[in-house]
Design a protein around this ligand. Structure first.
Ligand SMILES: Cc1cc2nc3c(=O)[nH]c(=O)nc-3n(C[C@H](O)[C@H](O)[C@H](O)COP(=O)(O)O)c2cc1C
Length: 126
């Protein structure tokens, strides 16, 4: 991915419209893996069966456009804990997605940018 002096990172948690729909999660993850890298967008998508944690980073216009598309997607609702930050480097230079064990309600919406990046690191490595 190219060096971006100021990239935009957006993350949020949301609730699945159809909980425990692993096939639905894989459809979303597949679309993201296909569409994100060509837009210069990387990040992570986690799903614990009830909630998503979605983090996207890259050129600001691409990240904002993608967030708008995702926010309107009827497969989730109750977007919570929206965090925006600017950074000189990517925290997640490759697109990643993963189903994780069920977490406490609200766990994915907690924290600021640094805590959330650390949580994703932990859950993706687990
Ligand atoms: C929680 C969640 C996260 C999503 N993340 C992405 C993403 O990172 N990239 C993406 O292209 N689409 C993502 N989507 C899907 C988009 O809302 C949209 O359906 C998709 O981009 C359209 O792809 P299509 O034109 O191939 O149908 C996400 C949807 C949900 C519900």
């Amino acid at each position: 991915m190219p060096y971006l002096p100021h990239l935009l990172r957006i993350s949020y948690a949301s609730l699945a419209t159809r909980p425990r729909d692993a096939a639905g999660f894989h459809d979303i993850a597949r679309a993201a893996a296909r569409r994100n890298p060509p837009m210069g967008v990387t990040g992570a998508l986690l799903f614990d069966g009830e909630a998503f944690l979605h983090l996207i980073e890259g050129p600001a216009p691409a990240v904002r456009d993608l967030f708008r598309v995702c926010a309107a997607d009827p497969r989730h609702h109750a977007i919570d804990g929206l965090v925006e930050s600017r950074d000189a480097t990517r925290r997640f230079p490759h697109w990643r997605s993963r189903g994780v064990a069920a977490l406490a309600p609200g766990a994915l919406a907690a924290g600021g940018d640094a805590e959330r990046c650390a949580l994703i690191d932990r859950l993706i490595a687990a």
